[in-house]
Design a protein around this ligand. Structure first.
Ligand code: FA5
Ligand code: MG
Length: 412
């Protein structure tokens, strides 16, 4: 589709996104590269693997209401405060998030919409969407990815909880190797306001629901191993993460837990008890479709998109990659802190999707002056065409300029 107005505009004093204007302040750090992704909505493009996975998950959670069109532009209240994330929590920092201003941010997780889901009055719902985090650059990290949130609650009543647990346990599912040796411990406790029995029942319901979903999704994968580990989130307790063994490495796919009762009470649901999970769709899609690079999901190349069919999981057949262009940059650091995320972000600002990965290849401290020197290797490559050395040199020159200006480094 085409729109006559640009979806976003970065002005001197404010930023406009889909018709809404936000004043800039010292928190503003959204970039054109990131804002250009906001309307892509891969989770709603029927032939994109992200959307195919979303639908398969939705069909696994029968009777769950689905919300897939909440705007990714949210208040810091929605993204943090509503979830009882402490004011000084590191997940709030400017180096981890994309802020329009002090009060408005691109959501960093679908949990930002838990209260909206609760306000709908539904007791079982799923929320999917694009989420944004400033992060490193490589084959499995991209500043935009997709999550699906699950939320379920019930009367805090032991007999109702047991009946409901029994109901879902009676549904048959394929078998896979699944390890869960987590036990309740002081570092990952039952909430003081919950009885151990009720918390255990809702946790068993959560774990069974997630294990069933994973078993169904991965029914055709050979030798799949899944494990549960303890975790921490300010908005759940106890909390866990689920990991999948993929190509010899444990890949974290979701976080979950028993919902912080303050969230339930805040929504007027004092006599209910609930669970929630948040799962990354790219990680699942990479395993299930055999997609080697997270940037491929964004490819507009027909050789990518035409390989997929709604409702179906099939292995991706790689098409020839265009050659990379590799450039190094080294510099002496000034005094003070060095944030790699800010550096990566700056490169992305200049190179957009042409940057495939950024890797620290040398970290050297001068024995006499104590000055630290870093060397990064930047791998440039296009998903859809050949890049020329001239155009990459031009980008690299800009990167050098901006790195020098912004971080006051001394280029070598
Ligand atoms: C969260 O985002 C919590 N909101 C999840 C949650 C929801 C917990 C509800 C409890 C209750 P976390 O930051 O761990 O947690 O991210 C959840 C999942 O998103 C990860 O397990 C992973 O699958 C995916 N994910 C996180 N960061 C990235 C990334 N940079 N690239 C791709 N996927 C990612
Ligand atoms: Mg995590």
């Amino acid at each position: 589709w085409y729109s006559t107005k640009p979806a976003f505009e970065l002005g001197e004093k404010d930023t406009t996104i889909n018709g809404n204007k936000f004043d800039k302040d010292e928190w503003t750090n959204v970039t054109p590269a990131i804002l250009s992704k906001v309307n892509r909505q891969l989770h709603l493009q029927p032939k994109n693997p992200i959307s195919i996975i979303r639908q398969l998950i939705e069909s696994n959670f029968t009777d769950f209401k689905t919300f897939n069109e909440f705007s990714p532009v949210v208040s810091t209240r929605q993204n943090f405060d509503d979830l009882h994330i402490p004011v000084d929590h590191p997940s709030r920092t400017k180096s981890d998030n994309y802020y329009f201003n002090k009060e408005t941010v691109l959501r960093a997780h679908t949990s930002a919409h838990q209260l909206q889901g609760l306000a709908s009055g539904e007791n079982k719902f799923l929320i999917s969407g694009d989420v944004y985090r400033r992060d490193e650059i490589d084959a499995s990290h991209y500043p935009v990815f997709h999550q699906i949130e699950g939320f379920f609650y019930l009367d805090n009543d032991l007999s109702k909880l047991s009946t409901e647990l029994k109901r879902i346990q009676d549904i048959e599912t394929p078998n896979i190797e699944l390890v869960d040796d987590t036990v309740i411990k002081p570092e990952n406790p039952v909430q003081a306001c919950h009885s151990a029995e009720a918390s255990d029942l809702i946790a068993a319901h959560l774990k069974h629901s997630i294990n069933t979903m994973i078993r169904n999704l991965f029914a055709d994968e050979k030798d799949l191993k899944v494990r549960w580990i303890d975790a921490y989130f300010p908005f759940t307790s106890p909390s866990w993460e689920v990991e999948i063994l993929y190509k010899g490495e444990w890949l974290e796919v979701l976080g979950c837990g028993v919902v912080n009762q303050k969230i339930m009470n805040g929504a007027g649901l004092d006599n209910k008890i609930g669970w929630a999970f948040g799962m990354g769709l790219e990680r699942l899609a990479m395993v299930l479709f055999g997609i080697p690079d997270i940037r491929l999901f964004w490819s507009q190349d027909q050789r990518f998109i035409d390989q997929f069919t709604p409702g179906k999981i099939n292995k991706f057949v790689p098409f020839s990659k265009f050659p990379p262009c590799i450039k190094d940059i080294s510099f002496w650091l000034p005094e003070g802190e060095w944030h790699e995320n800010d550096f990566c972000e700056l490169i992305r600002g200049e190179a957009g999707d042409l940057v495939e990965n950024v890797q620290l290849i040398d970290d050297f401290k001068h024995p006499k002056t104590n000055k630290r020197s870093l060397c990064y290797r930047i791998n440039y490559r296009s998903m859809d065409r050949n890049v020329t050395n001239e155009e990459i040199n031009e980008i690299q020159e800009k990167v050098r300029q901006v790195v020098q200006d912004q971080f006051k480094v001394e280029l070598r």
